[in-house]
Design a protein around this ligand. Structure first.
Ligand code: ATP
Ligand code: MG
Length: 501
């Protein structure tokens, strides 16, 4: 580790109704990876946004490479060598990869943009990162994990010396995570300082040198990673010990509540058959690209089906759109919350009320506000959504709290089946337990719970039964008692012979 390249002290930042940062200190050395940890809403993103010029601080000192800094803008921060990969994907969906990478710093030749050079340079960075994409590809057409890799490539293309990664791995496949870690180590060798924010605590040991923990907008501690245990880190984040990371409740398996027969859709949903019973949680495991999200989207009517029948409580239901799914009692919390799950420009209240207007409105289609108030208040209370009130824009909540709003709006209505696609992505340890408790609560109420997850410990800890998918098919089913990571991975890589040839 080298010299101190970033020093922040006494940093305060207030938003309407929230003190996001209260006298926070932070230090980064060259050639180190510093993990910045804390619960949802602790202030991590706000702190790094101040360092990268997205927000200005209310008070406090900030030094970068030894020189004191006043208020930065994204441009001046970039000129100092500070690059940030934002938590929420931040790209222009209709532009190409190369256009996104050079947005705001386009290469020009004479009067015109030098498209060729930009594409070449973008291609170089992509191949350095082992990303098999074409610089001309339109970003909006890429799956989330690829968009995230492009976001990373974009930050690296600025030759940063201070690189901030705000939850870079939350949407990546394990191979991509491996590539990213390789790059992080390489950058560290070159003397780059890296700030690494993540809720995936188990991945820290691969790359992290030191940790800084924040809680409720306050600085708690900084420690060498080798000198602190995971339990101590969690206790510092949460302010208490978490006894049970995967609370499991057992209850009697009841009658069949949901059935999918011979479902086919697109290329990645091939002859899917399964049943859900009351009193159980079913997990869908598989590698990224196995068709799990596609399957849930087809069930929910978000994508068209080529064939297949769906039964709720023994009766066939025709699901042709999310609206018909909701009416049939089937609801879903999607994977890409910013695009599909949440209206960031609407308030928390309206996000929660929106899918519930059918029963929140009176005969004349006016919203019954007393009912709306209690529904929203309940969702905020049950999920411990951290927000100054229900009338702030959902987009202003911290990432994890946005996810809670997505889940909250569905819990407000009486559903028969709830489908969760990666429900705990970007959610802190304590809030994860809250989401698991909620799933358990649904299970005890006799509601069918289906959840897709890429985190094997979570699937193993929470599901009663596990379906494993590979290449659009269900390749096996395991009872939770007999399931192991190895067994799941074997099924998750069971490709058909013709694909291996
Ligand atoms: N633009 C904004 N307007 C109003 N409040 C905000 C804004 N940005 C952040 N906040 C509030 O500041 C607090 C800190 O949020 P921040 O996004 O920094 O948390 P975080 O530690 O990054 O959480 P997460 O792990 O969920 O991403 C939260 O209470 C959040 O609601
Ligand atoms: Mg954040």
């Amino acid at each position: 580790m080298g010299n101190t390249i970033v020093r922040m002290s006494g940093i305060c930042k207030r938003f309407p109704g929230v003190k996001a940062l209260d006298d926070v200190q932070f230090e980064l050395k060259s050639g180190e990876v510093m993990a910045l940890l804390g619960e949802n809403g602790a202030g991590k993103s706000t702190l790094v946004k101040i360092l990268s010029g997205v927000y200005t601080r209310d008070s406090g000192q900030m030094e970068i490479f030894g020189s004191p800094q006043g208020d930065l803008t994204p441009k001046t921060a970039q000129a100092l060598g500070v690059a940030i990969i934002h938590q929420e994907l931040n790209m222009c969906r209709h532009l190409s990869i190369a256009e996104n990478m050079f947005l705001g710093r386009e290469l020009v030749g004479g009067l015109f943009l030098n498209d060729r050079e930009m594409e070449q340079e973008a291609g170089r960075v992509l191949s350095e990162l082992n990303i098999d994409l074409n610089p001309g590809d339109i970003v909006g057409d890429l799956p989330v994990s690829k968009q995230q890799m492009v976001e990373i490539a974009k930050a690296l293309s600025t030759n940063a010396r201070v690189l901030i990664m705000d939850e870079p791995t939350s949407a990546l496949t394990s191979k991509e995570i491996g590539d990213l870690f390789r790059i992080i180590k390489q950058l560290r060798e070159q003397g780059c300082g890296i700030i690494y924010i993540s809720h995936r605590l188990d991945e820290l040991r691969h790359i992290v040198d030191r940790v800084t923990v924040m809680r409720d907008g306050k600085y708690i501690l900084t420690e060498d990673f080798h000198n602190i245990s995971m339990d101590e880190i969690i206790a510092a984040m949460v302010g208490r010990e978490i006894k049970e990371k995967f609370p499991h409740v057992t209850c009697e398996k009841g009658e069949k509540i949901f059935e999918v027969r011979n479902l086919n859709a697109g290329k990645l949903v091939r002859d899917i058959n399964f049943e859900l019973y009351k009193g159980e949680i079913v997990g869908i495991a598989g590698l990224m690209g196995a068709g799990r999200t596609e399957t849930t989207r087809a069930i929910f009517g978000a994508d068209p089906k080529t064939s297949g029948e769906i039964f709720v409580e023994g009766k066939e239901v025709k699901i042709t759109s999310p609206e018909t799914a909701i009416r049939a009692g089937v609801v879903m919390a999607p994977e890409d919350r910013k695009k599909d799950g949440l209206c960031t420009k609407l308030t928390v209240r309206h996000n929660i009320a929106l899918p519930n207007l059918d029963w929140l409105c009176d005969l004349f289609s006016f919203v019954r506000s007393a009912k709306e108030n209690t529904t929203c208040a309940e969702a905020v209370r049950n999920l411990k959504i951290k927000t100054p009130g229900v009338d702030v824009d959902a987009g202003n909540l911290s990432g994890g709290n946005q996810q809670k709003v997505v889940v909250g709006k569905w819990l407000a209505r009486e559903s028969r089946v709830v489908i969760f696609d990666e429900p705990t992505r970007g959610i802190d340890v304590a809030a994860k337990v809250e989401i698991y408790n909620l799933m358990n609560q649904l299970k005890l109420q006799g509601i069918g719970v289906l959840f897709v997850s890429s985190e094997l410990p979570e699937i193993l800890g929470i599901a009663d039964r596990i379906l494993v998918m590979c290449d659009g098919r269900i390749t096996g089913e395991l009872a939770a008692e007999d399931a192991t990571q190895e067994k799941i991975l074997t099924l998750a890589t069971r490709f058909e012979e013709k694909f291996l040839a």
